[in-house]
Design a protein around this ligand. Sequence first.
Ligand code: QVT
Ligand code: ZN
Length: 328
Amino acid sequence: MATETIKVNSREFVVKKYSFPTEQIPRLDYQDKKAEKLIENGQPVILTGSDLVGSAHHWDIGYLCSNLGSGQYTVYSSADGKFKYYDDKKLTQNKQFKPPTTQTDMTFQEFAAKLKRKDNKELMYLQQPLNETVGTRIVMDFTNFNWGWANETQKKNHWGPMTSNLLLVGMEGVITPAHYDEQENLFAQIQGYKRFLLFDPSQFECMYPYPIYHPHDRQSQVDFDNPDLTKFPNFANLKGYEGVVGPRDVLYLPMYWWHQVESLHGHGETISITFWYKAAPTVKVVYPLTSGQKVAIMRNIEKMIAEALNNNESMPSFMQAMVQGRYT
Ligand SMILES: CC[C@@H](CC(=O)C(=O)O)C(=O)O
Ligand SMILES: [Zn+2]
């Protein structure tokens, strides 16, 4: 895999080199009017100075070990370092599906002990919603997040309720392959550095997501390291954005925007917290539709057809019959 060295804020990072061009994600002070405008317009921006999780800036593996309590945490392991999400509620309809990662529940202390081992054959990624099992100091840190700003941003942009804060603790080199989420996201980086590759929802045609009934729904089928341009020809037209988030940075990651996330080498484990919010209600349809709205329409139609046919095997021929020679 080819690599390249990029420079971010006088720091150098060695990153994987891909076939598609990227532009830089804007990086602005959180109080800059331009930043507020970007969020209002559903455009990504890396925000500095918000201290959204300022009360957690001292979180490191040792502190979390001492203060996260003895609750069980979900830890994924992957031989190739890629952690493609899969919906285990869809496994029953897809008997032949082989999960690309293994999932183990363990205490944070067990996870920390594994991080220290030198004979790990697989990369590990802890991903766990913060819940009431955490210790009192974590609760205090959580309470002291900059909720004033978060709530003001939520309100100003008419987002729905916050649904979860996912704690992410990854080994250097872990990769979350390209996917999109159906929620607005304020992504707070606490330790380590993560490279985000972002793609506008209008790039849907280049990303070839799995069918909606597949466990990898919302994930791209394309292997960025070795794209099959026969099967996925439009991937050759992909254009993206990229940026590196470090400690104290917050990335506004708009709903329906594709993203791949790479924990960079040389700066230790990455610790992040997501702030996911339900979408703002569509009060009035305004034309032209946004590319995110078009993805939502496609998803709803695909869902309705899958439910009506009640037979996933017949979806490909049905969908092709609908468009082949008529819209192609
Ligand atoms: C869920 C893991 C991923 C983040 C992400 O996809 C999101 O916050 O939506 C990452 O940081 O590796
Ligand atoms: Zn995501």
